[in-house]
Design a protein around this ligand. Structure first.
Ligand code: CA
Length: 229
């Protein structure tokens, strides 16, 4: 069960938020001032923080900054007052994940919360494996290193990114346009032949026999995929 910390000094808002989150099936912790909020935010069980800006003791910006500076990355949604556009900008700059303007509808807030949790789940799936092993190949996504039979191979950044994208999407054929967009970027104008050239170079470095590739497979007329077997 996910646990939400609500840091809000106005009792009526705090209680309404608490009710909404309990109804949605969350566990809830509450703090009525900034100092308490900051210390409660360190609880590793907290999955998300609803943080008001105007608070006695320590304001929401200070709390957000303090948490991020000690590398607490718990998602934060800031509550900003109507018309204070500047709060929103500052909030996002100092590391809040989202903001919502008072008065807000409970539904809107719940939607924002769910969207943050969805985003986190999507990224953590991708990050499950930082190191990929396959047929004598070891790719370390964190260190940006690649080994073939324990021997380090030097890949260019594009070769590495290309390999990484293919591995992250293994099980599916990826066409050249997608590879261009994802590896080279949508704004860069390069010909689809660039992909082929890089795949050829990559094969020379990582395949046992580049003429008979076992790792990066070409699917005629469709694109490339990483071998699954
Ligand atoms: Ca307040």
């Amino acid at each position: 069960m996910k646990k939400i910390l609500i840091i809000e000094d106005e009792e009526s808002i705090r209680m309404a938020l608490e009710d909404d989150f309990l109804l949605e099936g969350y566990e809830v912790a509450i703090a009525a001032n900034g100092i308490d909020g900051l210390s409660m935010a360190d609880d590793p069980e907290i999955d998300l923080i609803i943080l008001d800006i105007m608070l006695p003791g320590m304001n929401g910006f200070e709390i957000c900054k303090a948490l991020r500076s000690k590398n607490n990355q718990t998602p934060i949604i800031m509550l900003t007052a109507k018309g204070q556009e500047i709060d929103r900008v500052v909030g996002l700059e100092i590391g809040a994940d989202d903001y919502i303007t008072k008065p807000f509808s409970p539904r809107e807030l719940q939607a924002r919360v769910k969207s943050i949790f969805r985003r986190i789940e999507a990224t953590s799936e991708v990050n499950i494996k930082d190191v990929f092993f396959f047929k004598g190949l070891k790719v370390d996504f964190k260190q940006y290193e690649c080994y073939k039979n324990d021997e380090k191979i030097n890949l260019t950044l594009h070769e590495f990114e290309l390999l990484k994208y293919l591995i992250r999407n293994r099980g599916r054929v990826i066409n050249r346009d997608e590879l261009l967009d994802e590896v080279w970027g949508k704004d860069v104008i390069v010909s689809p032949r660039t992909v082929d050239t890089h795949v050829a170079n990559l094969r020379k470095k990582i395949e046992k026999g580049p003429e008979n590739p076992q790792l990066i497979i070409s699917i005629r007329g469709r694109g490339y995929k990483i071998s699954s077997g």
